[in-house]
Design a protein around this ligand. Structure first.
Ligand code: ADP
Ligand code: MG
Length: 286
């Protein structure tokens, strides 16, 4: 390939929709041996759709309205799906004291009721028990508790991005030693996605601080790590990695601000493109 000059590399990247916040990161991309990726919004579309609703003890429309009212205070992709599905039904509800419990879900008051909406860990954290068979559902699921009692669940599905498999393949071809996926989603889904994408190692059920610890451990082992993410919760791990790349389309503002590199159209195949541009950049041009 044609050697690119100092600014040429940055320019070539930007023409490909990859914004580097400094040319040092373009150089660093060529030294990466481990690529760590988030799942939701990075390797999957991050656009969820409601599949099934199972309610116990109240009307489904009321259940959905209460849940959507709470989720309307969150920008998480899961929340967007629930709100979109609920239509206008939740808009009359009064929502207060909403807390986003990182890696778990939401807690808040809707009208006169205390609601929890999130994963099994969230309900366990607040000592709300729910039917054991729910833990074996192999889908992303939002469990809901009302006034301390389990009230039902909503299952939602996401799609793997079209170029995700080719992106992982290309990273292997470019000599990346290890491709790792970290996710807060359930481990059963995470392992399924990892297997279908031929990702070397995958960990599910992680809290944001667990992601930080995993990347820290890799760096301690002397690995040069790129982290690719999109999430509200990914900022700490983006700044810890040797190079932090954020998905710019769906990505949260915090992720985009903290990242060193922005992938504008959210395609995971741009990770390999960035490495290739780095490799063809002529660093001795000055
Ligand atoms: P990831 O992007 O890897 O899934 P997050 O930390 O964003 O990681 O979320 C972890 C998990 O917490 C989600 O998979 C979901 O189960 C739960 N969760 C987070 N936010 C919400 C929300 N607004 N509504 C329901 N569940 C949520
Ligand atoms: Mg995420």
């Amino acid at each position: 390939s044609i050697p690119l000059g100092y600014f040429g590399g940055i320019g070539a990247a930007s023409k490909n929709g990859i914004l580097f916040k400094g040319s040092n990161y373009l150089d660093l991309m060529t030294k990466i041996d481990t690529v760590v990726m988030d799942k939701t919004g990075t390797l999957t579309e991050g656009v969820f759709e409601v599949q099934e609703i199972k309610v116990t003890g109240l009307e489904q429309t009321e259940f959905l309205a209460l849940t959507a009212a709470l989720e309307s205070k969150s920008t998480h992709p899961i929340a967007l799906a629930v709100v979109a599905y609920a239509g206008n039904s939740y808009k009359q509800k009064n929502v207060a004291n909403v807390e986003e419990v990182s890696g778990h879900g939401l807690k808040g008051m809707v009208d006169d009721k205390l609601l929890l909406a999130g994963n099994g860990k969230l309900l366990k954290k607040f000592q709300v028990s729910y039917p054991a068979e729910i833990d074996s559902i192999v889908e992303t699921i939002v469990l809901v508790a009302i006034n301390g009692n389990y009230a039902g669940y909503i299952t939602i599905a996401d799609k793997i991005k079209e170029d995700a498999k080719a992106a992982v393949q290309q990273l292997h071809q470019l000599g990346i030693q290890s491709i790792v996926m970290l996710s807060g989603d359930k481990d059963s889904i995470v392992q399924k996605v990892a297997k279908s994408l031929q990702i070397d190692q995958a960990f599910g059920g992680l809290l944001p601080e667990d992601k930080v610890n995993k990347v820290e451990a890799l760096k301690q082992k002397g690995k040069t790590v790129a982290f690719v993410g999109d999430g509200i919760n990914d900022a700490p791990v983006l700044s810890l990695a040797d190079v932090g790349l954020a998905m710019g389309g769906l990505g949260s503002d915090a992720a985009i601000e903290t990242a060193d590199v922005i992938i504008q159209n959210d395609q995971p195949s741009k990770i390999g493109t960035a490495i290739k541009i780095g490799k063809s950049t002529n660093w001795v041009v000055w």
